[in-house]
Ligand binder design. Structure first.
Ligand code: PGA
Length: 261
C-alpha cells in the first residue's frame, strides 16, 4: 500500500486525476470505477480540466458505479446514478452508454446485484477504482463487519452513515434510504488498482485504522491492505492519525518518477 499525503483536497484531486489520465494514455478504453459523496468531486473537476486542455483523452473511457441507494425513484437527484450523470458523465462529455451501474429500483434486488457483479467481470473488470472512506471505515457502502469476501449485494446503512449522508437530503436523516446496493469488498478487491481518497479531519481516525490497524471486517477499508496495488491519498487533516506519516512522506518524496501513481 502506498500512502501519499497532499496539502489539501484540491491537490489530492489533481494527483488522482493525473493518475487516471496516465492510465487512459496506456488504456484508452479503461473501465474506471467511480465513487460518489463529497470527496471525489475535486478529482472529477481536475479530470474535466485535463480533458478540456487535451491532457486526458476521455473519448473511450467507460465508467462503473460503486454503490446505489435502494428505493429512490429513478431520476431522483440524489440517486447515485443521477449524481454521477451530473458530476461525471456530463462534465466529462461521456456517453450515458459508457456508464454502468446497479439497478436500485429493481423488484428482484438479489438478481440485480448478481447481474451487476457479473457485468463488471464481463466488461473486463475495473482498471482503477476510486474510493472514499466513511467515518465508520466503510468503502462503497460496505459497513463495518461486512464480509471481506463479499460480492455485490444489499446492505443496511449504519446510523452513523445515515447521519453523515443526511446533508444530501435537506439535513433530514429520515429521508436517507436505509438500504443500498454496494459492490462487495471481494468485488472491489478485483479492480486492478484501488485509489482511496480521504480529506478532512473527520476521516483521520478511519484512515489510521484502515492503513495502520489490523485487517479486520470491523474496518472494511482495511481490506486495501490485501490488495497488491492500493494507493491511499490523504490531505494533511485526514493524515492526522497516521503514526508512520513521516515515513510515507519520505517514501513519496523519493519515489522514482517512472512508477507513476
Ligand atoms: P464523503 O463519503 O466523501 O461524502 O465523505 C465518503 C464515503 O462514504 O465513502
Amino acid at each position: 500500500m502506498e500512502v501519499v499525503i497532499v496539502p489539501d483536497a484540491k491537490a489530492g484531486g489533481e494527483l488522482v486525476a493525473r493518475g487516471i489520465a496516465d492510465l487512459l494514455r496506456h488504456k484508452p478504453h479503461a473501465l474506471l470505477g467511480v465513487a460518489t459523496g463529497s470527496t471525489p468531486l475535486p478529482v472529477y473537476e481536475a479530470l474535466a480540466a485535463l480533458a478540456r486542455t487535451g491532457r486526458a483523452d476521455m473519448s473511450q473511457v467507460r465508467i462503473a458505479q460503486l454503490d446505489e441507494y435502494v428505493g429512490l425513484p429513478s431520476g431522483h437527484p440524489e440517486s447515485y446514478r443521477s449524481v454521477l450523470l451530473r458530476e461525471v458523465v456530463g462534465p466529462l462529455g461521456l456517453s450515458p452508454e459508457a456508464f454502468m451501474g446497479p439497478d436500485g429500483t429493481a423488484v428482484d434486488l438479489p438478481t440485480a446485484c448478481a447481474a451487476y457483479d457479473s457485468a463488471l467481470a464481463e466488461a473486463g473488470g475495473v482498471d482503477l477504482q476510486l474510493l472514499g472512506i466513511g467515518t465508520d471505515g466503510h468503502i462503497g457502502f460496505n459497513e463495518p463487519c461486512s464480509s471481506l469476501a463479499s460480492r455485490t449485494r444489499i446492505k443496511t446503512l449504519t446510523q452513523q452513515t445515515l447521519a453523515d449522508n443526511a446533508r444530501f437530503f435537506d439535513g433530514d436523516v429520515d429521508q436517507v434510504p436505509q438500504h443500498v446496493i454496494t459492490q462487495g469488498i471481494g468485488t472491489i478487491l478485483e479492480a486492478r488498482h484501488l485509489v482511496l481518497l480521504a480529506t478532512g479531519k473527520g476521516k483521520a481516525e478511519a484512515v489510521a485504522s484502515a492503513v495502520e490497524g489490523p485487517v479486520a471486517a470491523v474496518c472494511p477499508a482495511s481490506a486495501l491492505q490485501m490488495h497488491p496495488h492500493a494507493t491511499v491519498v490523504v490531505d494533511e487533516a485526514a493524515a492526522g492519525g497516521l503514526r508512520l506519516a513521516g515515513y510515507f512522506r519520505h517514501a513519496y518524496a523519493n519515489k522514482p518518477e517512472w512508477q507513476g501513481l
